[in-house]
Ligand binder design. Sequence first.
Ligand code: HEC
Ligand code: HEC
Length: 289
Amino acid sequence: MPTKLEKDAVTGKETTGHEWDGVRELNNPLPKWWLYVFAATVVWALGFMVFYPSVPYGPGYFHGLLGYSTRHDAMAGWRRMEATHAAAMQQIATLPFDDIRKDPQLMAVALTAGRATFANNCQPCHGPNGEGRRGYPALGDDVWLWGGKLTDILQTVTHGIRSTDPDTRNSQMPDFAGTGTLKPVEIQQVANYVMTLYGAPVAGADPASGRAIFMQNCAVCHGEEGQGNHEVGAPPLASHTHLYGADRAAVVAQITHAHNGMMPNWGARLDPATLKSVALYVHSLGGGE
Ligand code: HEC
Ligand code: HEC
């Protein structure tokens, strides 16, 4: 039987009977509810260790009676996703564009794959959003060199332009100075005429004589009204979009020695489903015909 404990005179509380140099310890036990909660957490922790993965040993760990594993769950989810993705890409490879576009789920897969492919392969030349820059056409506008239908885009991307592919899109704007076809003054005249097509102010050489030169040397590719021609990849000249620039120097430079830009044949590097996906993505940028 514990003896009755002494009371502290100041607080009126019981002391534990411990005393150090006249300092006595008050008896303040932990609250009961706290002790129960503490005990409950210990029991919970032990239960957790038995049922769930817990104690590590050697190269492994105790897996727990429930066999639970976030890694297995995640991997299973990943494999399910990969299988769905592979099935969708398989369909994209075989179905015609019209059928793909009717299927929102396939379109979602194609546009996601297309966007990633574009970022990895096309962005350095055509810009992050296909906005283009000098010499590299914008892909989101409705001005097309070789055509903006899905099949046109797929053909261009697969075989390239002036590439090493035997089926490449090919045409050469002549080197009018190099071949001596046009004299410098004629180049100035026809350049002035071209600039009138898009309403740029011209000075100097006579655009009227430029028109005659244009009809004789340029209309065959660029069209009599300068409307362009997808058959030969000739850009419309009567347009406010310019591949090489709207200023006089740029126009004269192109006529003097045509650039004849080159675009790689992606068929050599990307599989058919990826090619179609990137074509759908380019088409979705806004300029698709
Ligand atoms: C090395 C630079 C380069 C890369 C990379 C490149 N392109 Fe091009 N692309 C060009 C050039 C240059 C042209 C225009 C060629 C010309 O002057 O006719 C072009 C033209 C095109 C056209 C034709 C546009 C039209 O108006 O008809 C399409 C479509 C196109 N590229 C899509 C792509 C896609 C999709 C990719 C990525 C898979 C890609 N390009 C990667 C340089 C590139
Ligand atoms: C055999 C076809 C062909 C003929 C002929 C031709 N061009 Fe071109 N032209 C093209 C092609 C293809 C391009 C774009 C490809 C490139 O050079 O990268 C182009 C581009 C241009 C551009 C640049 C347009 C822009 O958007 O920046 C101008 C300007 C131009 N041509 C003017 C002329 C003039 C002027 C003549 C006649 C003196 C002429 N072309 C004759 C095929 C032709």
